[in-house]
Design a protein around this ligand. Structure first.
Ligand code: NDP
Length: 397
């Protein structure tokens, strides 16, 4: 049915490659390209499908991307490199007539700030080119938006309160490690918290607000209010929302390490001079921390991510909780990667599948909740991320 190019051969790229290869009726030709070609070759070897092509590309360089797209001629690019590369890859897509999907919104390297404005600014150009760009198609953002769209379509006339709850109750047996790219992860969680209430954004100190939330099959876990990018698109696309928040669990050990990392200046993203060489402390830290791709083997426990929603149906108030629990060990057995890479990579593959089947195909730049959620939800059940619903239960929020 379609030719796909995956950019990025990290934890998420590895899962995307496995899942794309498992669906040969949809993905008829596959290439994986990244900064380090040997990593792409290793992924192909692990999958054991010699028909998957590999290539080296610097995705910061539009000309290199254009040359690669012109030679492979993909129908869609799945961008699972880093958020820094979103705009260069979108530019190259426009120059070559290729459709686009990613899992994280653009961030400039020198400011830890993420918002959709830079990518939404491409809407008209994608529309005029007749190309589709699907933004934020991992788990959160991604499935969190699809869950919300599904709730709006089937369970509510008006969604009023939305809480996205993200728990990782896994144990990787390392003193400190991040579950995806450490540079991106630490930039995200050291920022101020932010949530939406009554038409305004409310800013908090980092990790200022937290409370115990109970996760299915896991139990209570201390959950911290963070800003997360899908809040921006969800309150825009569902204007009845009065309050939208995002919660993520952290253990005390993790938070203590994080505090030390910040206090000693290792979370800095500006350049410092060391022995005559300019280095960015957070990038140096990434080089010495465990690689998230290597956590899978001894990772136990599971993740639980979902949406807790309150709103009106036929004039009455209802609550709805939709979630997935994902076992790190099961994810590792299937793809060699842990659950966080798995929960991101599977939805990215499904998004590309939705596009190639013509279901999520409309010229412009879109967030996932702007498409029909039903066929995506059906695939989640088939592709390894089954979901569960609780109607009118206690949301705790
Ligand atoms: P990794 O660091 O493991 O992998 C990133 C990959 O991108 C590496 O293969 C890296 O190459 C490659 N890369 C980096 N820069 C370039 C470049 N200039 N040109 C070409 N390739 C490049 O990250 P993850 O796999 O953990 O995360 C991938 C993406 O997924 C990130 O954007 C992250 O924010 C997003 N994510 C989204 C989530 C969601 O639910 N929506 C959750 C988790 C992650 P090299 O190996 O040479 O460094």
């Amino acid at each position: 049915m379609g030719k796909v190019l995956i950019i990025g051969a990290g934890g998420v790229g590895t899962v995307v490659a496995h899942k794309v290869a498992q669906n040969p009726d949809v993905f008829t030709e596959i290439m994986i390209a990244s900064r380090t070609k040997s990593k792409c070759d290793a992924v192909v070897k692990a999958i054991g499908n010699p028909n998957i092509q590999t290539a080296q590309v610097d995705a910061d360089n539009v000309d290199e991307l254009v040359a690669l797209f012109n030679s492979f001629k993909p129908e869609i690019v799945i961008n699972v490199a880093l958020p820094y590369q979103d705009l260069t890859i979108m530019e190259a897509c426009l120059k070559t007539g290729v459709n686009y999907l990613d899992t994280a919104n653009y961030e400039p390297k020198d400011v830890a700030h993420f918002e959709y404005s830079w990518q939404w600014a491409y809407k008209k150009r994608f529309e005029e080119a007749g190309l589709t760009a699907i933004l934020g198609c991992g788990f959160d953002p991604g499935v969190s938006g699809v869950y919300t769209a599904y709730a709006a379509k089937h369970h509510f006339d008006e969604i009023q309160y939305l809480d996205i709850v993200d728990c990782n109750a896994g144990n990787h047996h390392k003193a400190f490690a991040t579950n995806f790219n450490p540079e991106i992860n630490i930039r995200e969680i050291t920022q101020n918290g932010r949530y939406y209430e009554n038409g305004q954004w409310v800013t908090t100190q980092p990790m200022e607000i937290h409370k115990d939330l109970t996760y299915p099959n896991i139990g209570p876990r201390d959950s911290y209010l963070l800003y997360h990018e899908e809040l921006e698109s969800l309150v825009k696309n569902f204007p009845t929302i009065k309050r939208a928040r995002f919660w993520m669990t952290f253990g005390q050990e993790y938070l203590t390490h994080l505090r030390v990392i910040q206090n000693i200046g290792m979370a800095r993203i500006d350049e410092v001079e060391y022995n005559g060489v300019k280095i960015v402390p957070l990038q140096f830290l990434k080089a010495v921390l465990p690689n998230p791709q290597d956590l899978g083997e001894n990772y136990e426990g599971e993740t639980s991510i979902g949406c807790r929603i309150r709103g009106l149906k036929d004039g009455k108030e209802h609550t709805y909780y939709v979630y997935n629990n994902c076992s790190h060990q099961e994810a590792y057995k299937e793809t060699g990667m842990q659950g966080v890479s798995y929960t991101t990579g599977v939805p990215a593959m499904i998004g590309a599948m939705m596009f190639l089947k013509g279901i999520w195909k409309k010229p412009g730049v879109w967030n996932v909740e702007e498409f029909d959620p039903d066929p995506f939800m059906e695939q989640l059940n088939k592709q390894g991320l089954p979901w569960h619903e609780v109607m009118d239960g206690d949301l705790e929020l």
